[in-house]
Design a protein around this ligand. Structure first.
Ligand SMILES: [Mg+2]
Length: 171
């Protein structure tokens, strides 16, 4: 708990460094927010996030930045139950969890339709480079995470976002 507060403060400091912020931050679930494939678990199991993830989510929320989920997990019920158990389900304005042959382009089309946020105002975190490649081509700044979402990935993502949005006149 104390760790989450510390991480949140650090995340708030990082967010505070940037003027051009995304309107929507989209997260993958497996190996991005939590360190496992939820399809191998039961709804009775107790989920947990990567150590810096909780603080990052609460910092984004405090800054008024919307968040969404884009997951290709074949077990959306387990994913939903886990988000609920973690007490974070209500933090996401859109939750797209379904398996697909495309690498999340259809997930992002749905998120765009639901939220109205343009792709150029989104920031995406995922651990699979094929998802990163596919979603990047839609115009979403997409960050590959090697060990789950953490403060370094957040800083890198916000930096890349601000550099790209700074060079164009996005609204
Ligand atoms: Mg993943």
């Amino acid at each position: 708990m104390g760790d989450d507060e510390t991480m949140k403060k650090e995340a708030l400091q990082i967010i505070g460094l940037f003027q051009n912020l995304p309107r929507l931050v989209v997260f993958d679930l497996d190996y991005t927010l939590w360190p496992f494939y939820c399809e191998f678990y039961y709804e009775d199991d107790t989920p947990y996030l990567y150590p810096e993830a909780t603080g990052i989510l609460y910092a984004l929320k405090e800054k008024g930045i919307d968040m969404a989920i884009a997951s290709r997990s074949p077990t959306p019920n387990i994913a939903k139950t886990f988000l609920d158990k973690l007490g974070i389900q209500s933090m996401f304005v859109a939750q797209e969890t379904f398996s697909s042959w495309t690498h999340k382009t259809d997930h992002f089309q749905r998120i765009h339709r639901k939220t109205g946020v343009p792709y150029s105002s989104m920031l995406f975190f995922d651990d699979e480079d094929r998802n990163i490649e596919a979603v990047s081509t839609m115009g979403v700044i997409s960050i590959l995470v090697g060990n789950g979402v953490n403060l370094a990935a957040l800083r890198n993502g916000l930096l890349q976002f601000s550099q790209c949005s700074g060079s164009s006149s996005s609204s």
